[in-house]
Design a protein around this ligand. Structure first.
Ligand code: ADP
Ligand code: ADP
Ligand code: ZN
Length: 215
């Protein structure tokens, strides 16, 4: 199965992708995570991406298309994958179509997670992840079962993203509406777009997604 989780920053794409990954054995491919890994590793690509990410702007289509093209040909993707944060422009959506056609793969569904702007800002402000395994948490909405200990791996170290600050979030939301939202009609026209109410609790959003995937 090949899925796209679509939505603005903070909508819950990563949270839901981690759950689908565990439940369905599909790998989560987050371009944001891949770019952050390139930034940490100090690669040429990471250097190019860093200034854009710090400013809340999109990284160039060429870079992210290249990353995804390489990644989906790896062995662990052969039974399917979940794209989280890609495509983010119509050019990226078109490039993805070409890649999938070339590998005789088919996109099963694009699931849009709809969330109000005020909730997005609150979700991003409280977001943090495990520094070891990347499991996602929130200061009030999703705390580890034992305070300060990752449910998934037991690590006691957590991190916050440098771009999760109020100023950058405003810029990222603007970019979403200007460049990414126009991808929605592209998939609606293909008949693969489904929407879920992302204002619900995390488990309820998961249940709605599960019912779409079960069809
Ligand atoms: P995205 O990947 O779309 O940017 P995340 O999955 O990282 O979003 O979620 C952003 C923050 O909001 C995280 O801290 C997460 O725990 C929290 N969150 C995700 N889904 C919900 C939800 N349905 N209700 C409340 N908080 C949520
Ligand atoms: P969020 O889900 O909170 O928006 P991501 O981790 O998906 O955050 O993305 C973080 C940053 O990485 C984006 O603001 C952008 O600079 C860059 N990025 C991630 N995916 C893409 C993409 N498909 N195209 C361009 N830039 C991207
Ligand atoms: Zn962990």
């Amino acid at each position: 199965m090949i899925l796209i989780l679509f939505g603005p920053p903070g909508a819950g794409k990563g949270t839901q992708a981690q759950r689908i990954e565990k439940a369905h054995g599909l790998v989560q491919l987050s371009t944001g995570d891949m770019l952050r890994a390139a930034v940490s590793a100090g690669t040429e690509m990471g250097k190019l991406a860093k200034s854009k990410m710090d400013a809340g702007a999109l990284v160039s289509d060429d870079i992210v298309i290249g990353i995804i093209n390489d990644r989906i040909q790896e062995d662990d993707c052969k039974d399917g994958f979940i794209l989280d944060g890609f495509p983010r422009t119509v050019a990226q959506a078109e490039a993805l179509d070409e890649m999938l056609t070339q590998q005789t793969l088919k996109l099963d569904a694009v699931i849009e997670i709809k969330v109000d702007d005020a909730a997005l800002v609150e979700r991003i402000a409280g977001r943090y992840t495990c520094a070891n395994c990347n499991e996602g948490y929130h200061d009030t909405n999703l705390k580890p079962k034992v305070e300060g200990v990752c449910d998934n791996c037991g690590s006691t170290e957590f991190k916050r993203r440098p771009d999760d600050n109020a100023e950058t979030v405003a810029k990222r939301l603007k970019e979403y509406y200007a460049q990414t939202a126009p991808v929605l009609p592209y998939y609606a026209d293909k008949g693969v777009l489904r929407s879920v109410d992302g204002m619900q609790a995390i488990d309820d959003v998961s249940a709605q997604i599960a019912s779409i995937l079960a069809v």
